[in-house]
Design a protein around this ligand. Structure first.
Ligand code: ZN
Length: 317
């Protein structure tokens, strides 16, 4: 069920869109009523059944299935802009050096020539199937320079995971990167870039999201994909133009995966300038989510976690 926090103005707005939309029938009547078989939800965790957090999921013997989710360095967090610490105070660890991520589109930049979009459980995810190997983003961690390979990006929709000064954005993308020298390791160092999207009344909205939607819809309408089983190739994603905001100030902190097993091995970098998204574009995320699963939540954001004394550092401002 929708938690109480969903009953805000934002939630009410999308509830009304939801009721008007085609997906309302699927959700209210179940999969058989619309003549389709929706995928079963993830057995390991599910936002509707588990209440948007994971520490209380138990094995049959009563032990915690994902004990790390109760750790002291969990994500997401609220970013209190009045409490940011200057980057120079973060000893041994740098921010992310964006390198070619920071090159204007059209004059090069880190581009992904092969990617595939999939509906993975409760999120829309784009996997980079051929990541570049040159000019990768770098981070110094505990005094060691490390390069990071972008693996995928995905979306948290209708409520962002991180908040800034207590305020949710309607969309947050996470670009997930892994230590390039340890790509096969199950415990390799991770780094995530978070980008917020803010509502705009400009009818065009975000050009890349429009392109993504068009390519997915074309495949579905041609019978080459369904919302639950899509595997749609996406060509030529330019990081700067398509994924990052126009202004590159960000905050950095040590945190975790926001889904089980909640591993605390993530260097987070959350940009504070949003990209723009229209309400029409958000409806696409509603369709993708509600038409893919029989037990899908409209939102997929884990609840905010305590800082537990962690510092949040500011970069570029
Ligand atoms: Zn995420």
């Amino acid at each position: 069920m929708m938690p109480a926090r969903g009953l805000c103005l934002l939630g009410a707005l999308f509830l009304s869109i939801f009721i008007e939309g085609q997906a309302a029938g699927a959700a209210a009547s179940g999969a058989t009523a619309v003549g389709r078989q929706l995928k079963a939800p993830n057995e390991g965790y599910n936002y509707i059944r588990h209440g948007f957090d994971w520490p209380n999921i138990q094995n049959t013997d009563g032990s915690a299935t994902y004990p790390t989710c109760s750790g002291n360095a969990q994500s997401p967090i609220d970013i209190d802009m009045s409490q940011l610490v200057d980057e120079s105070q973060r000893q041994g660890t740098s921010g992310v050096t964006l390198n070619d991520l920071n090159v204007d589109a059209g004059s090069g930049g880190l581009s992904f020539t092969q990617a595939r979009v999939k509906q993975i459980e409760q999120e829309l995810r784009v996997d980079f199937t051929a990541s570049p190997t040159d000019n990768l983003p770098t981070i110094t961690i505990d005094g060691t320079d490390m390069s990071f390979t972008p693996l995928q990006f995905h979306f948290h929709h209708f409520l962002s995971e991180h908040t800034i000064n207590g305020v949710h954005y309607p969309l947050e993308s996470h670009i997930v990167m892994k230590d390039s020298s340890n790509l096969e390791a199950s415990d390799g160092q991770l780094a995530v870039i978070g980008v917020m999207y803010k509502y705009t009344n400009d009818g065009a909205g975000d050009a890349f999201l429009n392109s993504l939607e068009t390519q997915i819809r074309t495949k579905i309408e041609n019978g080459d994909a369904t919302y639950g089983e899509m595997d749609v190739p996406i060509d030529n994603i330019n990081a700067k133009a398509d994924l990052l905001p126009s202004s590159l100030e960000y905050v950095g902190y040590d945190g975790s995966l926001t889904t089980p097993p909640c591993d605390e091995r993530v260097k987070w970098h959350v940009f504070t300038t949003p990209r723009m998204v229209t309400i029409d574009q958000m409806k696409f995320f509603m369709n993708v989510t509600m038409e893919a699963h029989s037990d899908a939540a409209l939102v997929n954001n884990r609840v905010l976690q305590d800082l537990n004394g962690r510092k949040v550092y500011k970069y570029g401002f």
